[in-house]
Write a protein that binds this ligand. Structure first.
Ligand code: AMP
Length: 131
């Protein structure tokens, strides 16, 4: 069965899109640790990061770097943190999280945003993205 992220890629589940290439997609995490929390995924459905073929792995890191640079411009923060977990969704995803405190990367505290806030945030980050 297709992962929830494959369904997002196919457009059958909506997302707040930040950036897209032929091989990768970035969108806002729906239950963010902090404002701007973004997920970067390969379109190829693979469960674990280190099972990716080397080309896709490197491509995902390059894509994530570009998204992180856009995120840093769009959201006031001390720096962008990166984490790979995957215990919930078995489709490789890089978490990019604007950090102000250590708490922001701990996946314990969450922030609530309205659909309008998600949409505006995604558009602001997208504006800063340079492919
Ligand atoms: P993990 O697999 O533990 O790295 O966590 C999966 C992440 O995906 C969590 O932070 C969820 O909030 C996020 N997530 C799950 N479903 C969606 C969705 N439909 N759109 C955006 N983010 C999602």
């Amino acid at each position: 069965m297709a992962s929830i992220f494959t369904k997002i890629i196919q457009g059958s589940i909506p997302c707040y899109k930040v950036a897209e290439t032929d091989d990768f997609l970035a969108f806002l995490d729906i239950n963010p640790n902090a404002k701007g929390h973004t997920l970067c995924i390969p379109k190829k459905e693979v469960d674990k990061l280190f099972d990716l073929d080397p080309e896709t792995y490197t491509g995902l890191m390059e894509f994530s770097r570009k998204v992180a640079l856009a995120l840093e411009k769009a959201v006031p923060c001390k720096r962008i943190g990166m984490s790979v977990i995957g215990l919930e969704v078995p489709h490789v995803h890089v978490h990019l999280i604007p950090l102000n405190h250590m708490e922001d990367i701990r996946f314990v505290q969450k922030v609530a945003l309205t659909p309008e806030e998600f949409q505006a945030l995604a558009e602001t980050i997208a504006k800063h993205y340079r492919g």
